[in-house]
Design a protein around this ligand. Structure first.
Ligand code: KG4
Ligand code: ZN
Length: 365
């Protein structure tokens, strides 16, 4: 029998409070009926990073408003919903708890089934929501909180090929912007400066390129940048616009070269297992960087893999991806009870060793 499922999704694991409604009829593409995101950038901008307590309180205040808005925009009532999906981790624990408690409250009041979703699975399944990509496919998650290569075999079946052992690239962009007095979020400001810079003037390290794995490390780049900045200041008394642009260009080029080379390796490993019609999908805020995106596309072409990246609003944190991941779990028969717990760490691939580090945006799992 053909089934139509309508899922309400909630997301609150970092600094975006979000709710969305996604619907899918078997055999047809999923549709996003609404997707509401309330960002918290303004609340945290004075502190140079996300403050977990402020984030949790803002989520608790905004979640019910987001849910009502998402239902309104979809022109639906809770009675039209089949299940509630909520991010149950990984992330900043206070925020994740706010979402889980809100979803439990709705579930207890309405009797709707509850589905806990792994936030990273939400990102990793987005190419299925936006492009109908079939399993298996290779995925690069690259944002302010995440950086990992995954093979997606099924809605809850992922193999991690490698990931960052310290900072995520977005985090490195944000720290670089802070060191150079550029506005947050750092990615877009550093990219804009880099356009008029010379990427060869300063030689940044290419961390872990000498090792054969797909693991990455970005924390050394900001130390290198700080040293270069301090040296210019010591020699000339300050930075010129050109100095700043050249530092940004050199830094961005180091991230780009590292991601391009590790992506080449990840596609190689993927092709060993899945040589037919390989697909690589990229998601996360850093995928918005046009130079990095172009480099990843060109590596994919060179390796004979199809490159796809969801639209930016679905690359960054949102609840449509959580509703969709919940829909896939629900369809497969998964149900959670009111004992669902919020998890600060929750690796997608339970078999690979734990990654090190936990950055300003929470555990990278
Ligand atoms: O996916 P996202 O919205 O949030 C999570 O981190 O989960 O990603 C935000 C990150 C920020 O660190 C931001 O600086 C970075 O993505 N970013 C960029 C660009 N746009 C956003 N990094 C490099 N270049 C960009 N154009
Ligand atoms: Zn995320």
């Amino acid at each position: 029998m053909v089934q139509t499922l309508t899922i309400l999704g909630l997301e609150s694991s970092c600094d975006d409070t979000a709710a969305a409604v996604v619907r899918q009829t078997d055999g047809t593409p999923a549709k996003i009926l609404s997707s509401v995101v309330h960002g918290q950038t303004d609340l945290h901008s004075a502190y140079g990073g996300v403050v977990p307590e402020i984030a949790a309180r803002a989520h608790a205040e905004k979640l019910d408003i987001c849910v009502m808005q998402a239902l309104d925009e979809a022109a639906l009532a809770l009675g039209d919903i089949d299940a509630i999906a909520v991010t149950a981790g990984p992330g900043l624990i206070g925020g994740v708890m706010s979402g889980v408690m809100c979803a439990k409250g709705i579930s207890a009041a309405t009797g709707l089934p509850l589905i806990g979703v792994n936030h990273l699975a939400g990102h990793a399944l987005t190419p299925r929501l936006t492009d109908g990509v079939s399993f298996p496919y290779l995925m690069l998650l690259v944002s302010g909180g995440h950086c990992q290569y995954l093979i997606a075999h099924g809605p809850e079946d992922f193999t991690r090929l490698g990931g960052t052992i310290d900072d995520a690239p977005g985090e490195a962009f944000d720290k670089t912007a802070r060191l150079l007095g550029l506005p947050q979020p750092g990615g877009p400001s550093v990219e804009a400066e880099a356009r008029s810079g010379d990427p060869k003037r300063f030689r940044f390290p290419r961390p872990l390129l000498d090792r054969p794995s797909c693991d990455l490390s970005f924390s050394g780049l900001k130390t290198a940048l700080m040293r270069m900045r301090d040296q210019i200041v010591a020699e000339k008394g300050g930075l010129t616009r050109q100095d700043r642009a050249d530092l940004c260009a050199g830094f961005q080029q180091a991230i780009l070269d590292t991601l391009a080379e590790k992506t080449r390796r990840a596609i190689g490993l993927y092709l060993e297992q899945t040589p037919t019609e390989p697909v690589i999908a990229v998601a996360g805020g850093v995928a918005a960087n046009s130079a990095i995106r172009a480099a990843l596309e060109s590596v994919s072409d060179e390796m004979g893999a199809r490159f796809t990246a969801p639209p930016l609003a679905l690359c960054t944190d949102n609840a449509a991806m959580i509703a969709y991941a919940g829909l896939e779990r629900f369809r497969a028969g998964a149900r959670d009870g009111l004992d669902l717990t919020a998890r600060p760490r929750w690796p997608l691939d339970q078999t690979s060793p734990a990654m090190l580090g936990s950055g300003k945006k929470g555990a990278k799992a």
